[in-house]
Design a protein around this ligand. Structure first.
Ligand code: SF4
Length: 79
């Protein structure tokens, strides 16, 4: 996973967002990096989809808390 992050091709802006995020949508969605393709990443790694999504949500929430962002940005998975 770390390798995927190391090769991320886009810059992070001062507010922490990706430079390719335009009007709250990915402007390169069809050609987005593998790390951004949540569904495909889990399949490639052979991880059960529910477990994969829970892992990603946990990682995102850790980053959100570490950045001191408002709790309204926390990821909540529907069950
Ligand atoms: S999906 Fe990936 S490339 Fe697209 S805006 Fe989000 S972080 Fe950037």
């Amino acid at each position: 996973m770390q390798l995927l992050v190391d090769k991320f091709p886009y810059k992070t802006l001062e507010d922490g967002s990706c430079e390719m995020l335009k009007d709250n949508q990915c402007s390169v969605y069809e050609d987005r990096p593998l790390i951004c393709n949540v569904r495909l990443g889990g399949k490639l790694l052979g991880v059960d989809q529910d477990i994969w999504y829970a892992m990603l949500a946990d990682g995102c929430n850790t980053l959100i808390r570490e950045a001191g962002l408002d709790e309204k940005y926390l990821v909540s998975l529907k069950k």
